[in-house]
Design a binder for this molecule. Structure first.
Ligand SMILES: Cc1cc2nc3c(=O)[nH]c(=O)nc-3n(C[C@H](O)[C@H](O)[C@H](O)COP(=O)(O)OP(=O)(O)OC[C@H]3O[C@@H](n4cnc5c(N)ncnc54)[C@H](O)[C@@H]3O)c2cc1C
Length: 511
């Protein structure tokens, strides 16, 4: 008896969970398994987590574009806004900010600010996305040459990659509407137990109300409940808490500011950090902290001192940083929070769900193939480890004002990947164009490391210079300085402000 069915025999696919991960999975499965009957089952009593509102360009390029959902639909129906980059504030205790921008076509290939020994470590002087953020511009300009009946986003010319912010609850509803309109079945009910065959494959899911769903393959998108790969199969958990200190979040909302920022902000706080994500009509915020170092009450007091007495968290979310060693077990794959979670910094979670789906479907779900499963699990472990390394780097700034910051280096372990990256020849890890295995690049190219290492005061400029020289590129400082800035600013000046861009994409008035 073969343990798995071949892809062509995949008649029934069940997705457990109707959050962002569940509906993304259903839409990707519908796109790549056209013969399969796909069912999403979700427990309305549990609901979706309701955080996770900041993304990376992968969400647009590897999910929306792949399943054929226009960006403008999210602007119209899920409160979406445009994101140029991450802004990290006060991680050195001096109130200053630095940007971690997405890739663009305007920034000079050689970061002259970082390479020259007399230049400041990183001031965004030569980053197009940073300069656009400072002037509240998106990275689009209007294209007069395009047929106006085409989707609105095609009428805009993008100077690089962009991401979105959105209302997570409205996004799940929207993706659910799109998926069901394409034929995905939607069952509301609580999955209670599972029937397995002799090989360990799940063949039936039983709901608490007595209904049963027969299946050939299960996507576990049950969020922090981690029903299938975690609880049912008891897969080994890779604990990341020795490297990442935060384990609790207090989410809350604030009224929107005008103009609407074109970045997600992380602001270092006394015992962790605060995210601020602008969506239409409100800011989604949350204090992420280490519950061993402080209490929710103390965090709330700090928030109220900074933002005013009306700040009121909507709930407390506990999480443990880590991931499952084998997110794909028998005929079940975990996607989203059910596969693991580092922490919210750098929006790795939706990003990793998107690239995991691409990795799975790129492999054509060769479900009879033990090797495909082992390769996927190994790839996923590498992905999470690269994420952990990069997130850890953010905490290595110069802030020392509380025990959380002053003891960080003693309380946590330094990941090998960080030590290697910051070593004088660490850039060599990225030479060769940052490609990961088989064309699905692992996250965080050298430019990302350079931005955060620079922003936290950990950048070895001689290494940067050697990296560029490896590519045969030379900074040409200072002759190019003014010319480069003028060139970048000329492009920024042609770009739209955020409000105009959202209106062109069909944002409802008054948002
Ligand atoms: C504090 C915090 C901040 C975050 N910020 C970001 C961010 O800015 N960017 C980012 O990319 N990610 C972020 N994330 C992660 C992000 O929230 C998730 O990746 C994303 O929302 C996907 O969630 P999910 O679909 O896996 O889980 P959920 O949204 O929790 O969905 C789980 C689903 O499973 C269903 N379910 C559970 N049990 C059962 C059952 N027994 N039977 C049937 N159905 C069941 C629920 O009803 C629900 O539909 C954050 C996470 C946290 C905790």
């Amino acid at each position: 008896m073969t343990e798995f069915r071949a892809r062509s025999q995949l008649g029934r696919v069940v997705v457990v969970g109707g959050g962002t991960a569940g509906w993304m999975t259903a839409l990707m499965a519908h796109r790549f398994l056209p013969e399969a009957a796909i069912t999403v089952v979700e427990d309305p009593e549990v609901g979706v987590i309701g955080v996770g509102e900041g993304t990376t360009p992968h969400f647009v390029q590897r999910f929306l574009d792949v399943v054929g959902i226009p960006v403008s639909l999210l602007v119209q129906e899920a409160g979406a806004t445009i994101k140029n980059c991450f802004r990290h504030t006060d991680w050195n205790g001096d109130g200053a900010s630095y940007h971690h921008p997405f890739e663009d076509h305007v920034t000079p290939r050689v970061d002259i600010a970082s390479v020259h020994p007399d230049a400041p470590w990183h001031d965004g002087e030569f980053s197009f996305a940073s300069r656009a953020c400072d002037r509240e511009r998106v990275i689009f300009e209007r294209r007069p040459d395009v047929d106006p009946t085409l989707d609105a986003i095609l009428n805009l010319h993008a100077h690089g990659s962009f991401a979105l912010h959105f209302d997570a609850v409205r996004l799940a509803e929207l993706l659910g509407r799109v998926a069901t309109s394409r034929g995905v079945a939607h069952v509301r009910g609580r999955v209670g137990t599972f029937e397995r065959d002799a090989a360990g494959n799940v063949v039936e899911l039983r709901l608490d109300d007595g209904r049963a769903l027969a299946t050939d393959f299960v996507f576990d998108c049950s969020g922090l409940a981690r029903l299938v790969v975690g609880k049912l199969h008891g897969t080994r958990w890779h604990d990341a808490s020795p490297w990442l200190p935060c384990d609790r979040a207090l989410p809350f909302f604030l009224p929107t500011e005008a103009p609407l920022p074109v970045y997600s902000e992380s602001r270092a706080m006394r015992n962790g950090w605060l995210w601020t994500i602008p969506v239409q009509g409100r800011l989604g915020c949350g204090y992420v902290f280490d519950s061993r170092m402080t209490s929710a009450e103390a965090c709330l007091r700090e928030l109220q001192e900074r933002l005013g007495p009306t700040v009121a968290p909507v709930r407390t979310i506990d999480f443990s940083p880590g991931w499952f060693d084998r997110p794909w077990v028998h005929n079940c794959v975990a996607i989203g929070l059910s596969s693991g979670f580092l922490e919210p910094l750098e929006a790795t979670s939706i990003w990793f769900a998107v690239v995991a789906l691409n990795e799975l479907f790129r492999r054509q779900l060769a479900l009879g193939d033990e090797r495909a499963r082992a390769d996927f699990n190994a790839w996923f472990g590498l992905l999470m480890q690269r994420g952990l390394d990069f997130v850890h780097l953010h905490y290595l700034g110069r802030r020392r004002d509380t025990p959380f910051w002053s003891t960080f280096r003693d309380r946590t372990r330094r990941p090998d990947g960080v030590a290697q990256a910051l070593a004088p020849d660490g850039w060599r890890n990225w030479a060769g164009d940052d490609a990961g295995a088989a064309g699905n690049p692992l996250p965080f190219p050298w430019t990302s490391w350079r931005a955060v290492a620079g922003g936290t005061g950990n950048l070895d400029r001689s290494a940067v210079s050697r990296y560029w020289h490896y590519y045969g590129l030379h900074p040409g400082w200072p002759e190019r300085r003014e010319a480069e800035q003028a060139r970048i600013d000329a492009v920024v000046a042609r770009c739209l402000d955020h409000g105009t861009c959202l209106r062109l994409l069909g944002a409802p008035p008054g948002r």
